[in-house]
Write a protein that binds this ligand. Structure first.
Ligand code: SF4
Length: 624
């Protein structure tokens, strides 16, 4: 059975063969495949073939909507060879629910909160549900809808519109389609968050052992898994918990203790934790919270454990009551209970406990080891992990605790001469050198020079927003004297896209962005939209207390903390930024890295440059 829907480009047949074999036998295929290898279509073709032979279901995991759309498009192409039912699913959103989309409070609701609220709308009274979009599903013509899906291959958004026109709930209908799906396209949480996975597996009527997982942009996975095992609680959340407690009668949580007694004590404890701050974070001793709570409340550890249980129970009551009133069932009291429980239940070694003080002091339990959350990767039938920047592959598999991993690097089929990469040897963003005004001035001069020396669209990637702000304060945009577009910390997705489109549509313009940010890691700039990149510095993580703890952990687990915690992530970020330049066979580009330390990184080939402007200009002349 040959499913690949296009004439093979160089190397693609080999990729399909490799992925198909591993997917059939079981275990993990971990690949780095360069731009133009067609990661989505090669992995889908291989996995679908394997699924047909093994009786498995393909679950393609993405992080963004645009990736999800790409998967649906490729499934449509493969369907020409073998009719497929491809079902995209997203976490529940208020915007796609006709019952909730008009309520501004619900826009901020998490999928779990909205799911609770939805169950209230679905509940039947006298045999009638309050949500007609749900009731209508009972009489919907499922075979006809499956036929529509197989013929039209709608994206999630297009399916929302289709359902809205027929007064059907797209989310509930999607759940009903999952058992028949050949390919499900879902965000990471559907597999990696246990409480979501259990429901998802039930809906799909498929156990993990019968799933072939494809993980796109897999270089993000270890950090993602660490994040979902991490929790935090801030002074601001505490104030909201106190307010909520008062609104709900401030119930007793233990022998005459009220919730506000606890929130008052917690406020003192979080403030007391500030003594551990070194700059804006610090490690707190493992038993800090237990000791402080016992001392301030005059109780034993068992009472404290029952206090967190009580908070969770009160939170459930509040959440239920809000749900009945069709309000967002959010509870800060319940989340305080869950945070305390997490703090108590997580052991040392894999976790570190911190205080952070950016704009809102918080306590945090940070998970350094992603292996526990990576459990689905060993329990599934097989998995495909791929990214353009995943190497060193054995280290990736080791970090996630994947024992049966077949690794392979597939080079880009594009002409390597289309991309010039150089580096400057007399500058660095090394911490000690950033207090040297001459070094900063040289970095600024080089940036201005390169941005001005060609008439091609140029991106300047900064290692941090802080350094970008220094450049702006020093008048670098004025010295460049061109249209400049800025990535801003925390900007919304629509605002970000406006910046990116503005830059791409303005000839000879300059984009200021950060390495490791949403622009440098996730967006495509084809053709002349971007041709020159200046990468300022090696983006080593800041030497925060958390980073030092993570380095120690890597040292113990892998024997080389600096390599795992700093060098590998920094190299990946630079490769991602440079990767924006070449998105198609005809693209040409030039990148200049302003840091001599780049030669110490694995996987980046660059040429020392004495005269960056001339070398960049010459590289374009050579490319014709
Ligand atoms: S069933 Fe669907 S339309 Fe009805 S409330 Fe739930 S999500 Fe909204």
């Amino acid at each position: 059975m040959e499913l690949f829907p296009y004439p093979f480009r160089k190397g693609q047949e080999e990729i399909v063969k490799f992925l198909r074999e591993v997917s059939i036998i079981g275990g993990a295929a971990v690949i780095e495949s360069g731009t133009g290898t067609g990661k989505t279509v090669t992995s889908l073709s291989a996995a679908i073939e394997a699924a047909k032979l093994t009786g498995c279901k393909v679950v393609y995991l993405t992080r963004t909507r645009s990736q999800q759309k790409q998967v649906v498009t490729e499934c449509a192409s493969i369907s020409k060879n073998l009719p497929l039912l491809c079902v995209p699913i997203q976490g529940r959103r208020a915007s796609s629910c006709p019952m909730m989309s008009e309520d501004p409070e619900l826009v901020t609701g998490t999928p779990e909160e909205l799911s609770k609220l939805c169950s209230e709308y679905k509940r039947k009274e006298n045999g009638i549900s309050a949500c007609e979009f749900f009731s209508n599903i009972e009489t919907a013509d499922l075979p006809e809808i499956i036929q529509y899906m197989k013929e039209k291959h709608p994206t999630q958004e297009e399916f929302d519109v289709y359902c809205k026109e027929r007064k059907l709930c797209s989310y509930e209908l999607t759940k009903l389609l999952l058992p028949d799906a050949d390919v499900i396209v879902a965000p990471y949480p559907f597999i990696f968050m246990p409480q979501i996975f259990t429901r998802f597996s039930d809906w799909a009527e498929t156990p993990l052992s019968s799933m072939i997982l494809i993980i796109d942009e897999a270089h993000n996975l270890p950090d993602y898994l660490r994040e979902i095992m991490t929790s935090e609680y801030s002074l601001r959340a505490l104030a909201l918990a106190e307010k909520e407690a008062k609104e709900w009668g401030d119930p007793d949580i233990s022998d005459g203790f009220k919730i506000t007694d606890l929130t008052g004590v917690m406020e003192d404890i979080i403030k007391a934790a500030r003594e551990y701050l070194v700059e804006d974070d610090g490690i707190v001793p493992p038993y800090f919270m237990q000791d402080e709570l016992m001392e301030r409340l005059g109780t034993g550890s068992r009472t404290i454990s029952s206090i967190s249980d009580s908070l969770i129970n009160v939170g459930e009551i509040i959440s239920e009551a809000k749900k009945k009133k069709k309000k967002l069932p959010r509870t800060y009291v319940g989340s305080l209970g869950r945070f305390l429980q997490h703090w108590y239940m997580t052991g040392d070694g894999f976790y570190v406990r911190l205080v952070e003080d950016h704009d809102n002091t918080r306590l945090k339990v940070y998970c350094m080891d992603p292996r526990e959350a990576a459990y689905p990767l060993t329990a599934c039938h097989s998995s495909i992990h791929m990214s353009g920047t995943l190497a060193p592959l054995e280290d990736y598999a080791r970090e996630l605790g994947i024992e049966r991993a077949e690794t392979r690097v597939f080079e880009s089929p594009f002409n390597p001469d289309n991309l010039y990469v150089g580096h400057v040897t007399d500058v660095s963003t090394k911490y000690e050198e950033m207090s040297d005004p001459e070094n900063i001035a040289r970095l600024e001069d080089l940036t201005v020079g390169i941005a001005r020396c060609t008439d091609r669209n140029t991106a300047v990637f900064f290692p941090s927003y802080k350094l970008m702000e220094t450049f702006i304060k020093d008048g670098i945009p004025e010295r460049i004297g061109k249209d400049i577009f800025f990535e801003v910390r925390g900007m919304s997705q629509p605002d970000l896209m406006e910046v990116v489109e503005g830059f791409a549509n303005t000839p000879q313009s300059v984009l200021f962005a950060v390495t490791g940010g949403r622009i440098s890691e996730g967006l495509d700039f084809p053709d002349k939209d971007l041709e020159v990149a200046v990468v300022i510095g090696v983006p080593y993580p800041r030497p925060t207390a958390l980073h030092k703890a993570f380095t120690r952990y890597c040292e113990i687990r892998f024997g080389d903390g600096f390599r795992y915690a700093s060098k590998i992530p920094a190299a990946r970020r630079i490769r991602q930024a440079i990767g924006r330049l070449i998105r198609s066979e005809d693209d040409i580009g030039a990148a200049m890295i302003l840091d001599r330390r780049v030669t110490a990184l694995e996987g980046i080939e660059s040429t020392p440059s004495e005269n960056p402007c001339k070398d960049i200009a010459d590289s374009f002349i050579k490319k014709g």
